[in-house]
Design a protein around this ligand. Structure first.
Ligand SMILES: O=C(O)C(=O)CO
Length: 357
């Protein structure tokens, strides 16, 4: 009996299977990806996503945040989510997206709004935008420190409200930056960039506190080089305290009554990181009672801060509306990096900037 016809049949079957599975793989890699962009962002990022030709884009093209219900609805079935720091990316949202979700990319360096454990559980990489906003945020920190210390907002208001009388030796004075000690809490990219910018003002000493020593960042400074100290020493010795910590379980509310009570009565506190690292009730008390001299905040809880919030009644508290990275080229660079992170995640490549899960 000849087996030839049977063998031919088998060969045909095997080769058809190989062709079919290759086709399936190709089709899968060529499949268009459904992506959701949750806000109006710099157009350069949208062009990158469109140019990739592999994405079906759903765009919440508004300056206002997408309502949570709408987000939960529209995220269903997406392969990639491009979001902002205003969206809470938690288990509910990741479940609503579904198991096909391949990547979450936030247009921010901070990712405290993303639940990393939930993303890790699902094997979803999270992209963010470190580096590209360091300069803008450090510059804004210095601007805010100067505005607070030199009472710029209060003084400019006096010009318009009739409070500007004759030149007076004791009017509108603030603590001196020249010869001062600046304490930097969180000596990462932004912390060191702040120190570099403040050095030319004649700061006498820089202190820094961080979970570990950062000699490589100290090296980036000209003199005076920053000294590593514990938090308590920093609070006690600094005339200016600037916060550059990520918001985590460990840092939440760390600038509280205990911290402010250790600071000097002429201390200026500046925060451009996250509002959640400050206990705002304690800060209000410290400012109101003169425990510290003044505060400059670019970040608060909540954002926006309600108009009747006690902090807004204080002349010695300057509040900005979270504009640390608000330079045109910076925002564009953030948007573009977030787009690149998203595209990399969709094709299973390493993200250019991935949060450690
Ligand atoms: O990127 C961030 O984390 C911000 O806070 C906005 O620049």
């Amino acid at each position: 009996m000849s087996y030839a016809p049977f063998a031919r049949l088998c060969r045909g079957f095997v080769s058809r299977r190989v062709v079919n599975s290759t086709l399936a793989r190709n089709m899968a890699s060529e499949r268009r990806h459904k992506i959701l962009v949750t806000r109006r962002v710099p157009q350069a990022a949208i062009e990158i996503l469109k140019d990739s030709k592999s994405c079906d884009l759903d765009h919440w093209d508004s300056d206002d945040p997408i309502p949570r219900g709408e987000l939960l609805n529209r995220v269903s079935g997406v392969d990639g989510l491009y979001c902002l720091l205003t969206e809470k990316i938690d288990a509910e949202l990741l479940d609503a997206a579904g198991p096909q979700l391949k990547v979450v990319s936030t247009m921010s360096v901070g990712f405290d709004h993303v639940s990393l454990p939930e993303a890790a559980k699902r094997g979803i990489p999270v992209g963010h935008t470190p580096g590209v906003l360091t300069d803008a945020t450090a510059t804004l920190t210095v601007a805010l420190l100067l505005a607070t210390q030199r009472r710029l907002i209060e003084a400019a208001a006096e010009v318009k409200n009739g409070g500007w009388g004759t030149w007076k030796p004791l009017w509108m004075c603030g603590p001196t930056l020249m010869g001062s000690t600046v304490g930097i809490v969180g000596f990462g990219r932004i912390g060191v960039a702040v120190a570099q910018r403040l050095a030319p003002f004649g700061v006498a000493r820089f202190l820094y506190a961080d979970v570990e020593k950062k000699p490589e960042n100290v090296e980036k400074m000209v003199t005076p080089k920053a000294e590593h100290v514990d938090m308590e020493t920093l609070f006690k010795e600094a005339d200016f305290v600037t916060a550059h910590t990520a918001l985590t379980q460990e840092t939440a509310g760390m600038f509280n009554k205990g911290a402010f009570s250790k600071m000097k009565s002429n201390a200026v506190f500046v925060n451009t990181s996250r509002g959640g690292v400050v206990n705002q009730d304690d800060l209000y008390e410290a400012l109101k009672t003169g425990q510290i001299w003044g505060a400059g905040l670019d970040v608060t809880v909540p954002e926006p801060l309600p108009l009747d919030h006690p902090l807004l009644t204080l002349k010695n508290c300057v509040v900005l509306p979270h504009i640390g990275s608000a330079e045109e080229s910076t925002r564009e660079a953030m948007a573009v990096l977030a787009a690149k992170n998203l595209l990399a995640g969709l094709t299973g490549e390493n993200l250019p900037a991935q949060a450690k899960l």
